[in-house]
Ligand binder design. Structure first.
Ligand SMILES: NC(=O)c1ccc[n+]([C@@H]2O[C@H](COP(=O)([O-])OP(=O)(O)OC[C@H]3O[C@@H](n4cnc5c(N)ncnc54)[C@H](O)[C@@H]3O)[C@@H](O)[C@H]2O)c1
Length: 343
């Protein structure tokens, strides 16, 4: 059977890890990497043995089946629409787009095609996510009372001038749209409830080369009645997701460990908990370690496998747009001092 041929557009940041994954899928091959900076594409092509180009149009060639859009946020709409119109399957990096209008255009186009169009949300790479989901869905935490999340690193302090992250229109925000979107997406999936209303503070005190916020703190009301907080920062480290219930809790500290305390034993893929009511810690893969291990959960692999098996994209464009609306409601709340409902 003919292999699915994949083109990755955008060879910056983390793209070398995504590209490598496409060389590990039976039934698919990494055919082409593209970057407007030709040497960035050439470097990845040399290491992975594929073609390279500095022309986005080459991703639209008839012999390409899947286009991975890993370019800066402001290019997502044009490149996604072009790829969809050329009958490609499309996977998009988060956030969906800098603005809701652009996100809605992508959603409308994705609803017109029979091809898969979906999001790459990296938290779902981690096997621990599926144990955490089970702890909640199967009642090990009891009734969920609250969540608290933070996505943060010090990247904003060292961002040079003149990048797309320094341009509010190109990025769509600062630390909250870039970092907190991971927790927004993950925590709603984990607790099975969407964020309904938000109240927030947001500012930029330290990162002169970031166009939007360098720190944001948002309080959230979920449809189920759960209360939570989601913070982001480009000025200090530490990311985590904590979920607290009437029978126990977990605190997932990204790249470090998962702390669990529940009333009953639990056996998952990573967690083996046999000491009821005692606090236990389990090591987790760091963001980069995940790429060293075989996993069906990797988002690039899961997306391509879904195409091969005739299944929908694992993370939908609808959820990407919903996440974006929450980000924008948070920014609106911070700007107006008002509570905002997510519409
Ligand atoms: N899932 C994650 O954890 C994660 C992490 C980092 C970035 N991202 C997302 O990935 C996207 C890219 O971010 P990044 O950190 O790699 O940015 P980056 O600035 O490091 O790299 C972007 C690359 O795109 C290239 N590029 C710019 N215009 C182009 C064009 N017209 N055609 C082809 N290539 C072009 C640039 O030359 C650069 O190499 C963003 O949407 C970002 O939010 C996701």
């Amino acid at each position: 059977m003919k292999k699915l041929r994949i083109a990755v557009v955008g060879c910056g940041g983390m793209a070398r890890f995504y590209c490598k994954r496409y060389t590990q899928i039976e039934g698919a091959e990494l055919a082409l990497v593209i970057d407007s900076n030709l040497s960035a594409a050439e470097k990845i092509a040399d290491s992975l043995g594929c073609a390279f180009s500095d022309r986005f149009e080459d991703a639209l060639a008839p012999d390409i089946d899947v286009v991975d859009i890993s370019t800066p946020n402001f290019l997502h709409e044009f490149q996604a629409l072009s790829a969809i119109d050329s009958d490609k399957h499309v996977i998009l990096q988060k956030p969906l787009a800098p603005s809701i209008a652009e996100g809605e255009h992508i959603l409308a186009a994705s609803n017109r095609t029979k091809r898969n169009v979906g999001m790459y949300m990296s938290m779902f790479n981690n096997p621990i996510m599926y144990d955490m989901k089970r702890l909640i869905a199967e009642g090990y935490l009891g009734e969920i009372e609250g969540v608290h999340c933070r996505n943060a690193h010090r990247g904003g302090l060292i961002t040079p001038p003149g990048t797309w992250r320094g341009d509010l229109a190109k990025c769509g925000g600062g630390s909250f749209i870039q970092l907190a979107i991971h927790s927004i997406d993950a925590v709603q999936w984990l607790i099975g409830s969407e964020i309904q209303s938000v109240m927030a503070f947001s500012h930029n005190r330290m990162c002169k080369n970031i166009g939007g916020d360098d720190a944001t703190a948002a309080s959230c009301l979920f449809e189920s009645g759960v209360l939570g907080t989601i913070e982001s920062s480009y000025c200090a480290d530490r990311s985590y997701i904590g979920v607290y219930g009437t029978k126990g809790y977990f605190l997932f500290t990204n790249d470090v460990d998962l702390e669990v305390m529940i009333d009953t034993p639990f056996k998952g893929e990573v967690i083996e908990y046999d000491t009821p009511k005692a606090q236990r810690r389990y090591p987790v893969y760091s963001t980069l370690q995940q790429y060293e291990h075989e996993t069906p959960y990797d988002q690039s692999i899961a997306f391509v496998k879904a195409i091969l098996e005739g299944k929908p994209a694992p993370v939908s464009v609808e959820s990407g747009l919903r996440d974006l609306k929450i980000v924008k409601a948070v920014y609106e709340s911070a700007a107006t001092g008002m509570r905002m409902d997510v519409k």
